[in-house]
Structure formats: C-alpha cells, structure tokens
Design a protein around this ligand. Structure first.
Ligand code: FE2
Length: 159
C-alpha cells in the first residue's frame, strides 16, 4: 500500500504521516494518563470522575486505532512501541497516585490543549497535501476534545 494507490502524492503526504506518528505517540501517553486518573481518583468526586475518565480513555483507545490505521492507509507503519511513544511524545507521563481530583482534571485539560494544537497543525498539513481523509478524521477528534475542554473547565469552575 502506498499513497499513490489512493491518488495522493507520497512526497506531499510525508509531513502528514510524520505528524500522525507524533500525534499517535502523544495520544498513547494521554490514554495511559486517563487510565491512571480513572484508577487513582479519590474523594467526593470519585463517582463522577471515575466514570468520566473511563469515557475519555475509551474514546482515546478508539482514536488511537484510527490514527494508526490512517498511517497504514497512507502507506507507512505506525509507531507501536512504548519506547517510541515515550521518546516522541511532547505530552509527558505523570504519577497519578495521591493526586488531587482537580489536579487530575487540570492535567487532562493540559493534554487536550496540546493535542488540539497538534490537530491544528495536522489540519493545515493535510489540507496542503490534499489529504481530505486525514483532515476529516482529525477534525472529528478535535471537536470531541474541544467539547470536553468546555465540560472539564465547567466542572473545575473555570471561566
Ligand atoms: Fe475501570
């Protein structure tokens, strides 16, 4: 499989593929952070946030699979090793043990802001490569996090 098979130019699409692999790495770190928050949440908001974090990591898991398979659709192998994810992700791991609930929400909001920033680069790169499929997919993922940014900020009582 290569990009030419779906009427895309391999050279033009290369920046998109590279960004998608970075995006995949960042999403994996975000995913595992969500699981840590889901497991280690304590306090009065346990029932609300335990469920919310599960909703978010379930969505992230599906998103990760779509990103990786888009890389394959564009003719390249996606990163699949944790070592690569840790090395390439600009989102960093955190220890969620003993973390206060609102700090967890803050950490997830920070990740979402970074992912949305990356998505905006991807929208520009995929537009320049004429790669509407990636553009549409990333736009969908971005809208989910935009909406959840509003909800998590509201939960935290932010303006
Ligand atoms: Fe669970």
């Amino acid at each position: 499989m290569n990009a030419e098979a779906i009427s895309l130019n391999e050279k033009e699409v290369k920046p998109v593929v590279d960004l998608l692999n970075d995006y995949l790495a960042n999403y994996h770190i975000h995913y595992q952070k969500l699981r840590g928050c889901h497991w280690n949440i304590k306090g009065q908001n346990f029932f609300t946030l335990h469920v919310k974090f599960e909703e978010l990591y379930t969505n992230a898991q599906l998103t990760i699979d779509e990103i990786a398979e888009r890389v394959l659709t564009l003719g390249k192998p996606p990163h699949s090793r944790f070592a690569d994810y840790i090395n390439e992700s600009s989102i960093k791991e955190i220890d969620t043990i003993g973390m206060v609930d609102l700090d967890m929400v803050e950490a997830i909001l920070d990740d979402m802001a970074k992912l949305i920033e990356l998505e905006r680069y991807l929208l520009i790169a995929s537009d320049e490569a004429g790669d509407d499929g990636t553009n549409d997919m990333v736009n969908r993922f971005m809208q989910f996090k935009e909406k959840n940014t509003w909800m998590l900020r509201s939960f935290a009582g932010k303006k």
